[in-house]
Design a protein around this ligand. Structure first.
Ligand code: ADP
Ligand code: MG
Length: 332
């Protein structure tokens, strides 16, 4: 139950080859996140899996059966979108029950499934309210409830948290992770936010221009990015990239080092530069340094620092954590 396999799946809109060719295995029970910049084809790929778009080529296998030609309703999947698409005149109860009523399920079973979903989602006290009487987070939970009662073999989420404010997004992120631990149902989750991908996924699929750049666990992508795109996309603040003689000294065309793997000193170090901006987050400080040898670099220091903008400093990378890229931008 809940495995999804894509074999040479492609999608063309008119002249535009939005998905050239994708092969991917999603295991039963996995939490898989598709992440990539806006317009890279994440929603298109999810809609192909859901059956809301027809493939231009290739095959989609769900639970071991060819689903390529199946209608969305026959695929056993449930989709949750950024816009909640709730019925404003219906109570929370009836919104959640709606797909079951449409399927002609008997009332006692509907009631049981709705109460179960409401309990899992902390909506029990809100069942008689209308959507307008709920917060954004509660509305999104109702939309998820409507997906849960169908007992799909996989949930497909398309940027479900984008409409929520930052604090609520963090809450809902945890709630969806907890939900996955309880239900153990396959989840395929689309986001442009690498923090959501890193915190929620068992497996991240990094997409760029409709191609898969890398598939791996969050820490694999962080520690061993395969190319410059993944190295620059995963991690915040972004990895520093250095070209020229410092890269050549390490037999690379470009080297990369993350801000948390560079130490800063006022007396000695490898790269001299001027601290241009310091950002104080309390838990950490980001120091942006204009170096002569390596251009603008960002250093992350745990907690506070005495270094002020305008000061001369020296940076030293942790050599064990330097990433080397060849002339094709691939790790070597
Ligand atoms: P993402 O979700 O990663 O932001 P999308 O999958 O929505 O990206 O879009 C990928 C590309 O496909 C974009 O360039 C978009 O303009 C194009 N696209 C998406 N849907 C259609 C469509 N129905 N017709 C034509 N082009 C489309
Ligand atoms: Mg999208």
């Amino acid at each position: 139950m809940g495995s999804i396999t894509l074999q040479k799946v492609s999608k063309v809109f008119g002249e535009a080859k939005v998905i050239p060719s994708i092969d991917l295995d999603i295991k039963d029970g996995e939490f898989v996140v598709f992440v990539g910049p806006s317009g890279c084809g994440k929603s298109t790929l999810l809609r192909l899996i859901a059956g809301l778009e027809d493939v231009s080529g290739g095959k989609i296998v769900i639970d071991g059966r060819d689903a390529t030609e199946k209608a969305p309703s026959e695929r056993g999947l449930a989709m949750v979108f950024q816009s909640y698409a709730l019925y404003p005149h219906m109570s929370v109860r009836n919104n959640i029950a709606f797909p079951l009523k449409m399927a002609g399920i008997d009332k006692a079973e509907i009631d049981r499934k709705v109460s179960d979903a409401a309990r899992v989602l902390n909506l029990t006290d809100y069942l008689e309210r209308k959507p307008r009487q709920l917060s954004g987070g509660q509305r999104q939970r109702v939309a998820i409830g409507r997906a849960i009662v169908r007992q799909p073999s996989a949930f497909l989420f398309d940027e479900p948290l984008s409409n929520l404010d930052a604090a609520l997004r963090v809450n809902m992120r945890l709630e969806i992770s907890e939900l996955h631990q309880q239900l153990k149902t396959t989840m395929v989750y689309v986001t442009h936010d690498q923090v959501e991908a890193m915190t929620m996924a068992d497996k991240i699929v990094v997409l760029n221009r409709g191609n898969i750049e890398q598939v791996g666990s969050p820490l694999e992508l962080y520690s061993r990015p395969r190319n410059l795109f993944v190295a620059g996309f995963i991690g915040s603040p972004k990895m520093n990239f250095i070209t020229g003689q410092h890269a050549a000294a390490l037999n690379a065309h470009t080297i990369g080092v993350r801000p948390e793997h560079v130490s800063v000193s006022t007396t000695e170090g490898l790269w001299k530069g001027e601290a241009s901006v310091t950002e104080h987050l309390g838990s950490d400080t980001f120091i942006h340094v204009r170096t002569e040898a390596a251009g603008l670099m960002t250093v992350r220091v745990l907690g506070e620092t005495d270094i002020r903008a305008g000061e001369m400093v020296y940076l030293t990378p942790d050599t064990a954590r330097i990433h080397r890229f060849n002339e094709k931008g691939v790790t070597n």
